[in-house]
Design a protein around this ligand. Structure first.
Ligand code: NAD
Ligand code: UDP
Length: 310
């Protein structure tokens, strides 16, 4: 049994990770400031004596004793991370410094939830870990993209300078139950709109692509990465390589919900990446990990979850 800290543990991915780690018999400390996370996501875990919640902003130092740290604290949806961009950069950068300082003091292994956004609007397709990316440093997505890039830099400098055991996961678009219904991300938006019979808002012409990973697969990958040999630091792509245009996604959601919603086209947000698809050969080689859940299957489970909220 290990003592494990999950920052951002009340969020979408964090809540699934806490649940999984508790199921494996570990003690879990969930740290969250509830900026985008919700008590509802972890309400089923609070009766577990191995689960503890601490309301804390990761921009400030944290003094706890644990064996492993998963650093997930950071809003992930564009509308949320752009609402207070200065805070987003602080959360990524100061948060990483605080988590790394903690890991150094207590000699804990630490995993960073990085993102495919480090590749920006990629000029290389599919994206391999060796690609350095194409990121606008001064745009509306930069607080998130550059914040996460700087966090990766800090992780590797702590590794080189202080021999810290680090793991860096570059997570691609992930969806599933416990996403915030008003989160603004494409899967939750389309499902909520379809269930309510509202127009489905496709930004731009909907020809931009994303590759969607079901949450259970992603959590498997994160845990496998944490458990991998200390020699393997990443960065490693974790995502589902099945690539879809946003228009295709809209049509699949309409079909699976049986909705009468119509597709409407809205302005494409600035710096919206044109295409995104992970090359996951490194994850397969090092972790023997690849996603199992197909888009339609994962969407059905997600629709079931959202239909209780709509
Ligand atoms: P989320 O917004 O649901 O969860 C983030 C959690 O962090 C929330 O509970 C929020 O309250 C908490 N948080 C935010 N700022 C904080 C702070 N300063 N101190 C403490 N807690 C704070 O997002 P998610 O989808 O669960 O993403 C989790 C992590 O995974 C993020 O770091 C995100 O960048 C990364 N990621 C997610 C995806 C995805 O598709 N879901 C893709 C790439 C990367
Ligand atoms: N998108 C859309 N309609 C929506 C929400 C998002 O067409 O209601 C598009 C968005 O412009 C982007 C893609 O869907 O091209 C994925 O957006 P999301 O915010 O989920 O994540 P991103 O990968 O852009 O961070």
């Amino acid at each position: 049994m290990k003592r494990i800290l999950v920052t951002g543990g009340a969020g979408f991915l964090g809540s699934h990770l806490c649940k999984r780690l508790l199921k494996e018999g570990h003690e879990v400390l969930c740290v969250d400031n509830f900026y985008t996370g919700r008590r509802h996501n972890i309400s089923g875990l609070v009766s577990n004596p191995n689960f503890e919640i601490l309301r804390h902003d990761i921009c400030f130092p944290l003094y706890v004793e644990v064996d492993e740290i998963y650093n997930l604290a950071c809003p992930a949806s564009p509308i949320h991370y752009q609402f207070d961009p200065v805070q987003t950069t602080k959360t990524s950068v100061h948060g990483a410094i605080n988590v790394l300082g903690l890991a150094k003091r207590i000699k804990a292994k630490v995993l960073q939830a990085s993102t495919s956004e480090v590749y920006g609007d990629p000029a290389v397709h599919p994206q391999k870990e060796s690609y350095w990316g194409n990121v606008n440093p001064i745009g509306i997505r930069s607080c998130y993209d550059e914040g996460k890039r700087c966090a990766e830099t800090l992780f590797f400098d702590y590794h080189r300078q202080h021999s810290l055991r680090i793991k860096v996961a570059r997570i691609f678009n992930t969806y599933g139950p416990n996403m915030h219904p008003q989160d603004g991300r494409v899967v939750s938006n389309f499902i909520m709109q379809a269930l309510k019979g509202e127009n489905i808002t496709v930004y731009g012409k909907g020809m931009q692509t994303r590759s969607f990973c079901y949450v259970d697969d992603l959590i498997d990958g994160m845990v496998k990465l944490m458990e991998s040999s200390d020699r393997f630091t990443g960065p490693v792509n974790l995502g589902n390589p099945d690539e879809f245009s946003i228009l295709e996604l809209a049509n699949v959601v309409i079909e699976l919900t049986g909705s009468k919603s119509k597709i409407v086209f809205r302005q494409l947000p600035k710096d919206d990446p044109v295409q995104r698809q992970p090359d996951i050969s490194l994850a397969w080689k090092e972790l023997k990990w690849k996603p199992q859940v197909k888009l339609r299957e994962g969407l059905k489970k997600t629709i079931q979850y959202f239909s209780k909220l709509a």
